[in-house]
Ligand binder design. Structure first.
Ligand code: DX5
Ligand code: ZN
Length: 232
């Protein structure tokens, strides 16, 4: 694994009445991606935003839009999200029986294809689609809400996925999402994550988003440093 850790603020924890300002603040503070959580009230018990909001966000930032589709039947909607400006489209492996078809379709649209695993889904579910993905998102909480505590046993899966990607010679990014804060950021990168989604820890931080991103980055780099030479 090479390169530095990426930080992807999740706008779910931002003030939705001032999204452009909130995004501008994290962009200035050095965020790498803007993480947009799309929820349909069916795959997960919450509802958020769709393509029209994404299209508006595309106009207010230069950062890649990292779109996390927590929706049933994602194939039906990926064209609309691609057209609205998604840079990465991540779909849940639990949401569709023919995951290969949707991943191939996303790439054909010129968008990076991601696949996400809920906490109960084994790492092995990825084994036959490793070459079809540009990003693997390991959920470190059950999807649906921000502000939850990281489920510690998901770190074991992050390590497994890291090993699978390394063995396959895959350059796919390994993203984690849920309960990432200044303490757990170090744990997840020590386990092999390269992209950290954080909502509450950034947008609700007591000392502002810039300090929060810098603290997260330091913790993440400490964790990454601890992996060096371990051969994991
Ligand atoms: C949860 C979402 C997350 C969420 C993370 O279903 O996918 O992206 O916003 O929020 P925090 O960082 O507050 O756990
Ligand atoms: Zn997310």
């Amino acid at each position: 694994m090479s390169g530095t850790i990426k930080i992807a603020p999740s706008i779910l924890a931002a003030d939705f009445s001032r999204l452009a300002d909130e995004i501008s603040k994290v962009e200035t503070a050095g965020a790498d991606y803007i993480h947009v959580d799309v929820m349909d009230g069916h795959f997960v018990p919450n509802i958020t935003v769709g393509p029209p909001v994404l299209r508006s966000l595309r106009g207010v930032t230069h950062l890649p839009l990292d779109v996390h589709l927590m929706i049933s039947d994602p194939l039906r909607y990926v064209d609309a999200f691609a057209e609205a400006g998604a840079s990465i489209l991540t779909v849940h492996i639990e949401a569709i029986p023919h995951i290969h078809r949707v991943l191939e379709h996303i790439r054909a649209l010129g968008v990076r294809a991601g696949v996400s695993l809920c906490p109960a889904t084994p790492a092995g579910a990825l084994s036959e689609i490793l070459e079809d993905v540009d990003l693997v998102l390991v959920m470190t909480v059950d999807p649906g809400f921000g502000g939850q505590k990281l489920i510690e046993h998901t770190l074991r899966k992050v390590r497994r996925v890291r090993n699978m990607l390394d063995k396959a010679g895959s350059a796919a990014e390994l993203e984690v999402d849920g309960g990432v804060d200044e303490e757990t950021a170090e744990w997840v990168t020590a386990a092999g994550a390269t992209v950290l989604v954080a909502g509450t820890a950034i947008f609700q931080a007591p000392h502002g988003v810039a300090a929060a991103i810098s603290t997260l980055r330091q913790a993440a780099e400490r964790g990454r440093g601890s992996r060096k030479g371990t051969g994991r």
